[in-house]
Design a protein. Structure first.
Length: 274
């Protein structure tokens, strides 16, 4: 997806049609469209030919994009869990693992990167009605594997606003919720995690459209991606005007929510009440 969006921007900047781009690599206009949406694999030769067509002559820039094409064709570790995942989610896991900054707002439940194993089991069981214990365990195992990103040597920055509703809605019973609240308190102390709580007392706010995640990447020429999960699919938005609106919404959520220290105090208060 990242490579496809970059190729699309380069093509549009040169005023080249998809049809002309397809002709240059002996392909159809529809294939260029699928490439730019990240829905097909990339041949190194095709990427090199497109870069030549788009006037990209700087060798370092060319190599960065060609290397990205090679990486895009390598199956990630998460593909071994594809049998228990909706077909749109492996893409998100790959993007999440490549991100240097993850910003999110969550309202239904605690964000997957912050869930305890017991809480994750409760959430997954609710979401995978009728699934066997083994499939539930595998989905939870994937979630726990993703969480290693936050404590890795090159961990991303993670800025999260949790709606108080996510903390008041019980999953798994009293002890599970107590463990989850304590985990949020503990992990919010990590230097790369900024956790804020949007309290009920604030009233209406800029997160009215629901949960979303914004992923940013270390490569300066790669656009941010907004991830929106739906019941039967997901949307990945990378157009600058779309991303800007979600960035503004998150900025307002952060400004309107108590800061990290005050949010920890709110979590401690909820823990005492639970």
């Amino acid at each position: 997806m990242l490579l496809g969006s970059q190729l699309r921007r380069l093509r549009e900047a040169r005023g080249i049609t998809r049809e002309a781009a397809g002709y240059s690599i002996r392909a159809s206009e529809s294939k260029i469209s699928r490439m730019e949406l990240g829905r097909v694999s990339f041949k190194t030769r095709d990427v090199e030919d497109l870069l030549t067509l788009y006037g990209i002559t700087d060798e370092s820039e060319r190599q960065a994009l060609v290397s990205l094409a090679r990486e895009a064709n390598v199956a990630g570790w998460w593909h071994s869990y594809s049998d228990v995942l909706p077909n749109w989610f492996p893409t998100y896991v790959g993007l999440e693992g490549a991100a240097s900054l993850i910003r999110a707002y969550e309202v239904q439940f605690v964000h997957g990167l912050l869930q305890t194993e017991a809480y994750a089991h409760a959430v997954v069981r609710r979401g995978m009605k009728g699934a066997g214990a083994a499939d539930i365990d595998r989905r939870v195992a994937l979630r726990l594997e993703r969480q290693k990103y936050l404590v890795a040597e090159n961990a991303p920055e993670f800025h999260i606003v949790l709606d108080e509703a996510a903390l008041r809605r019980p999953y798994g019973g009293r002890e599970v919720m107590r463990g989850q609240l304590q985990h949020l308190i503990d992990i919010s102390e990590r230097p790369n995690v900024r956790l804020q709580i949007m309290p009920f007392s604030f009233g209406g706010h800029s997160g009215e459209s629901g949960a979303f995640t914004i992923l940013s990447f270390p490569e300066s020429d790669l656009s941010d991606v907004v991830y929106l999960e739906q019941l039967t699919s997901a949307l990945y938005l990378d157009k600058r005007e779309d991303v800007a609106q979600y960035e503004q919404a998150l900025k307002e959520l952060q400004q309107d929510s108590p800061g990290p220290d005050e949010s920890r105090d709110l979590l401690r208060g909820l823990l005492q009440l639970s």
